[in-house]
Design a protein around this ligand. Structure first.
Ligand code: NDP
Length: 288
């Protein structure tokens, strides 16, 4: 019996820049599954609720959720994994056999996998992680830092109230808000850059260069052995990664995490292992 075509998509705003469609279309083709992955620009929560309803009633088979809906989408799920509930954010919605919308967070295991791949001999175990940002991605990043062995996660965000909210929601005494970037970065052995600063900039443009110079100053406070992961994946060479490398720190941008979280979502929707290499090649090709 031939499986019915899968109707998958990404809800968020904006979504035009997303690499998810190229990755998932390439994956469907590679495993011989019919279907499509649509970029569903969803500016409002009313539209979000409508699309989640379409998933619930079987008009769609799976959704990814991105900026700005990861937290709101959790409230629209019939059920969520313990991990997604604890983070207060979902990025993957699956319809269960009994017609319920189940929320997952594949950003967390995606980031854990990307950290392990990029930095096989981590200097941060038992040390401090500086977490920059307090949006949806930062929630997964805080949990990932603890999972890979950081002793403490210091959260700095431009809007201080949001960092406080994140730490209150995660309710883990190891995750603490701090008042300045320096407070977070001083002596840190892991830096998770989870703000969207630098996203969409052109390498060597005045905006990119300005952020690189700022990042050089900030990262100088970290431990000399620190590893820096910037969740931003466009441009492929981010100002934070360029600054980290200039200071002799190891650095990785967001593409491996993006591929990992997508591969985990693909496996949830299809019930079969994702062709990671194919997805990574498709994403890297689309970034060029
Ligand atoms: P949100 O919109 O939820 O949060 C954005 C965060 O960035 C906030 O902390 C915000 O601070 C901060 N910020 C935005 N602009 C600036 C700036 N100019 N200077 C300092 N801080 C700034 O987004 P997400 O958390 O969902 O995503 C953040 C980034 O991570 C995005 O670039 C996204 O593409 C990337 N990402 C990558 C993934 C991957 O797989 N590689 C997965 C998920 C996200 P404030 O609260 O003060 O506004």
């Amino acid at each position: 019996m031939t499986a019915t075509p899968l109707r998958l998509g990404l809800v968020g705003h904006p979504v035009a820049h997303s690499l998810s469609a190229v990755m998932h279309r390439a994956a469907l083709e590679a495993v011989g599954r019919q279907g499509d992955y649509a970029l569903l620009d969803t500016p409002t929560e009313v539209e979000l609720a409508d699309l989640v309803g379409r998933l619930r009633f079987g008009h769609l088979d799976g959704l990814n959720v991105t900026i700005p809906h990861k937290q709101a989408a959790l409230g629209l799920c019939d059920r969520a994994t313990a991990e997604a509930s604890a983070l207060g954010a979902v990025n993957t919605l699956v319809r269960s056999a009994d017609g319920l919308v189940v929320g997952h967070n594949t950003d967390l295991p995606g980031l854990v996998a990307a950290l392990r791949q990029a930095f096989p001999d981590p200097p941060w175990v038992g040390g401090v992680c500086a977490l920059l940002g307090a949006g949806g991605a930062a929630r997964a990043a805080a949990a990932a830092a603890l999972q890979v062995g950081a002793r403490e996660v210091r959260v700095y965000n431009r809007t201080a109230s949001r960092a406080r909210q994140l730490t209150e929601d995660l309710a883990d005494p190891r995750v603490v808000p701090v008042a300045s970037a320096l407070d977070a970065l001083a002596g840190a052995t892991l830096v998770l850059q989870s703000t969207s600063a630098g996203m969409g900039t052109q390498p060597a443009s005045p905006e990119w260069e300005e952020l690189r110079v700022h990042a050089m100053t900030a990262l100088a406070a970290t431990s000399a052995e620190a590893c820096v992961m910037d969740l931003v994946y466009r441009p492929a060479r981010t100002p934070w990664c360029a600054a980290a490398e200039a200071l002799g720190r190891r650095a990785e941008a967001g593409l491996p995490m993006l591929v990992e979280q997508a591969a985990l979502a693909f496996a949830l929707w299809t019930g079969q292992p994702a062709p990671r290499e194919v997805m990574a090649r498709a994403a890297a090709g689309a970034l060029r």
